[in-house]
Ligand binder design. Structure first.
Ligand SMILES: Nc1ncnc2c1ncn2[C@@H]1O[C@H](COP(=O)(O)OP(=O)(O)OP(=O)(O)O)[C@@H](O)[C@H]1O
Ligand SMILES: [Mg+2]
Length: 273
């Protein structure tokens, strides 16, 4: 029987650069799809040119990539950085802000803005394409405020680090997941983000330990996390299949890490949201 608990939830995947955010969004989409969910994935990272279009769909040529969502909203001349202008995103010639109105994506957004396969729909918020094109704050406003109608599980691949928290990106999020690779920096980011969560009273905040090679590394990380270890929702093994697939630019279909992700999704479904 299909479980519907995560239907309609907005899940933000955040973490240090290179910790595995995009890989986990890709694996999570696959597991969720097999469980019968419809997935709306948003590549919110302006820095990596291929990003999720590469990992999830195996695309290599830029001409095959979807147009950025920020262009749907009028481009960087229209969309403002949320720090300069905290007001929510509003569509061109529309008076109602997107978070209030929401968009029916398949009806209202032309196909050139997304990729679709089976139950997964992928959008890109915006990408840095030109030297000196400006701050990526406007693209982050799209990430923060692009709200979709329907029963999709929303998986949002956040930009690396914590700068987007300064821009209030977690405002419309139901579940916040932080990916930690085995580094001291990831532990520091977890503590910082935990403070942000206390400030905004975000209870649904979870940690995934990724690229874990041994029980010893796992328990070292748990020790360093101190009280925060209660927030760990699961561990994902360091898997050579993921590394090999990443080099080929294809989806890691045979990854044993998929079993780890399955357990994490089951736990997320058990949490009272
Ligand atoms: N569980 C894992 N086992 C082995 N390799 C992994 C695992 N998770 C991620 N990787 C590898 O680590 C690298 C970084 O992963 P990924 O691109 O998903 O991180 P990211 O957090 O999205 O990075 P960025 O901050 O650049 O967006 C990739 O080469 C990926 O294949
Ligand atoms: Mg990434």
């Amino acid at each position: 029987m299909t479980n519907n608990i995560l239907k309609g939830k907005r899940i933000l995947i955040s973490g240090k650069g290179g910790s595995g955010k995009s890989t986990l969004v890709t694996l999570m989409s696959d597991v969720l799809q097999k469980k019968g969910y419809k997935i709306f994935a948003l590549d919110g990272d302006a820095s990596n040119p291929r990003g999720l279009a590469g990992l999830m769909f195996g695309l290599k040529k830029e001409k095959d990539f979807p147009k950025a969502l920020i262009d749907f909203f009028g481009g960087i001349k229209k969309v403002t950085c949320p720090v300069d202008d905290p007001s929510p995103l509003t569509r061109l010639n529309d008076s109602i802000p997107i978070p209030e109105k929401k968009i029916d994506i398949l009806k209202e957004i032309p196909e050139k803005y997304f990729l679709k396969r089976k139950k997964i729909i992928l959008f890109q918020a915006g990408k840095i394409k030109k030297y000196g094109q400006g701050c990526d704050g406007p693209a982050e406003k799209v990430v923060r405020d692009f709200m979709v109608k329907g029963d999709y599980v929303n998986l949002i691949d956040a930009p690396a680090g914590v700068e987007h928290f300064g821009r209030g990106i977690s405002k419309n999020v139901d579940i916040l997941i932080l990916v930690l690779d085995p580094t001291f920096e990831s532990i520091s980011i977890a503590k910082r983000v935990n403070d942000f969560c206390k400030d905004i009273k975000m209870q649904n905040f979870w940690l995934i330990l990724n690229k874990i090679k041994s029980k010893k590394v796992e328990s070292q990380m748990m020790n360093k996390l101190g009280k925060l270890k209660n927030r760990v929702i699961g561990t994902v093994q360091c898997d050579s299949k993921i590394i090999e697939s990443a080099l080929e630019g294809v989806f890691p279909s045979k990854s044993e890490a998929l079993n780890d992700i399955e357990k994490i999704i089951e736990k997320l479904e058990r949490i009272k949201n």
